[in-house]
Design a protein around this ligand. Structure first.
Ligand SMILES: [Zn+2]
Ligand SMILES: [Zn+2]
Length: 550
């Protein structure tokens, strides 16, 4: 395909960790890499997940040739159902990624709304005018890949999430030599994971977790409960193997744990030792020191099995004194409070909880500095752009690239909504595209407005105040005193009583015409109440005024 320019438009995942989604336009066609979500921060009351604003994709819906998924993590596939409900394009991913996407899509969309296609690492394929090549990389979920888009101007290379694990659990090494070959061929731009750029050296192999598990499980007096991401099937397998070594059986708790293990086993992506798995219902038939339970709930999610056990609300299994609970995962920022609450509840019930990387029960899935450098060395790109990182990660990646001899004009720091244009003679930014975030309510509705969020914030911290005023329109006067009803507010010094007097005095001064203009009256009442409460209590409750004609 003869082209003179390539456009790269990140719609999520730049300057943040989460909701990864990038559009690449070559000629008339467009490819979208990943469609991920992120999790709400604590102040986003009632928000379930956050997804990228896809207005730009809507505007270009006829150009979109395909959506390509790098791997099955939520920050890469979690927004797919929202995207596909508006955009129709085939979705390509590796076997496991597609199986995981399929499970989610089947719950939310009708079969004709999605078209999933399996791609195989190492096998380039054409979709419309694009040539797409998935390249296997190691990461904390099997079947992850980098994506090379072959174009006239050179290769556009997305690393996806990666580390260079030289002793991968499933035996599938990163296709190092292929990255080197692409380097020889000419990589135009490398869009690299930079999440762990602040860590020197090499990320420990996933295999190192085995020793950590051995140490803890070998010393555990009773049952062992382990919580980990159910998608981290390498770790699930190691848990089974260590359990077997100590003569323990393994049961699974939590829906995603059960389904992901089943999906991966069916695809032969997860090899578990024979005769180790038992049903959760049969755990009591074994002595405590013969049992390991793998459970969901690493992030303190309220509905996850471990959180429910901690609250003594999980009918299938109860925590008992002597249990050891292993957190084989890291908190996602924002979830710490919920996690500590669960940990404390578990301690209170007599369990001993083991957490933190220093215990050797968790390693990251993202490469450290030496790995990031190795990727650059192998691919020797003309342009280099750190993605999958917050501004601080991008900043440190820029420093790293400079250390490696890259000059300013070849290092590109992108933000969501940027429109990067690369031509033969150089790269530049064109005007930004429409971009942002869409908040999905816990009810499933996508599009919680900033105003709603602000109201929820005020309600949560300062409560709500209703002001009812009755008017006799014929007589042109107020009937009785305003009625105030509050919820979640405090007025220790009778502030609400004084406010009622203030409002009554204000209403007294209004003439007939002013009293009949209900919309202005609503506004005036709310305004006076809001200002008064702010001044008296330094709080900003949500104020709702109603004027009733009697
Ligand atoms: Zn990711
Ligand atoms: Zn990932």
């Amino acid at each position: 395909m003869l082209v003179s320019r390539i456009e790269i438009i990140p719609l999520g995942g730049c300057g943040e960790i989460g909701k990864n989604m990038t559009a690449v336009r070559v000629g008339d066609g467009m490819i979208v890499i990943d469609a991920g979500l992120s999790f709400p921060s604590e102040e986003m009351h009632g928000v379930d997940v956050v997804i990228p604003d896809i207005e730009f994709l809507r505007q270009n819906r006829d150009s979109i040739r395909a959506i390509i998924l790098t791997h099955g993590h939520e920050d890469h596939i979690g927004a797919l159902s929202y995207v596909l409900s508006e955009i129709s394009a085939p979705v390509f991913g590796t076997e496991l990624t597609i199986a995981m996407a399929n499970r989610k899509l089947a719950e939310r969309l009708l079969p004709h709304q999605y078209d999933l296609k399996v791609m195989r690492p190492g096998e380039a394929f054409d979709v419309a005018e694009f040539t797409v090549e998935p390249i296997h990389v190691t990461h904390s979920i099997p079947d992850s890949c980098a994506i090379a888009l072959h174009t006239e101007l050179g290769v556009v290379l997305f690393t996806g999430d990666f580390k260079f694990d030289f002793t991968p659990i499933d035996g599938h090494l990163t296709q190092l030599s292929r990255f080197g070959e692409l380097g020889d061929k000419g990589v135009l731009v490398l869009l690299s994971d930079c999440t762990n750029v602040e860590n020197d050296g090499w990320c420990p192999s996933e295999k190192s977790v085995y020793e950590g598990f051995r140490r803890v499980i070998g010393n555990a007096p009773g049952r062992v409960l382990m919580t980990m991401f159910s998608s981290n099937l390498h770790r699930v397998r190691q848990a089974f193997e260590v359990a077997q070594e100590f003569g323990r059986k393994v049961a699974l708790a939590g829906r995603s744990m059960e389904t992901n293990v089943k999906i991966a086993q069916n695809l032969d992506k997860l090899k578990l030792p024979k005769d180790v798995m038992i049903r959760l219902e049969d755990v009591d038939e074994y002595a405590p020191e013969e049992v390991v339970i793998l459970t969901t709930g690493t992030q303190g999610e309220p509905l996850a099995a471990l959180s429910r056990m901690a609250r003594e609300e999980y009918s299938r299994l109860q925590i008992q004194p002597g249990d050891t609970v292993i957190y084989a995962a890291k908190p996602i920022p924002g979830n710490e409070a919920a996690i500590w609450q669960t940990v404390n509840r578990l301690f209170r019930q007599g369990a001993v909880v083991v957490y933190g990387s220093e215990e050797g029960v968790h390693v990251s899935g993202h490469g450290y500095r030496e790995e990031l450098k190795m990727m650059i060395n192998l691919t020797r790109p003309q342009y280099i752009a750190p993605v999958h990182g917050e501004p601080r990660h991008q900043y440190h990646y820029v420093k790293l690239a400079e250390e490696m001899g890259y000059s300013e004009e070849n290092i590109i720091v992108m933000e969501n909504g940027n429109r990067l244009i690369i031509e033969k003679d150089g790269a530049f930014f064109a005007e930004n595209v429409v971009c942002g975030r869409v908040l999905v309510d816990t009810s499933g509705y996508a599009g919680v407005s900033d105003e709603t969020l602000r109201d929820r914030g005020n309600l949560a911290s300062d409560g709500v105040l209703f002001v009812h005023v009755a008017i006799d329109p014929d007589a042109g006067k107020v009937v009785g005193k305003p009625e105030l009803i509050s919820r979640g507010m405090i007025s220790p010094n009778g502030e609400l009583d004084s406010l009622r007097d203030v409002l009554a005095a204000m209403l007294d001064k209004l003439d007939h015409a002013e009293l009949r203009d209900t919309s202005a009256l609503h506004h005036e009442i709310s305004d006076v109440a809001r200002k008064y409460i702010k001044k008296a209590t330094n709080k900003r409750p949500l104020v709702i005024a109603s004027v009733i004609e009697v």
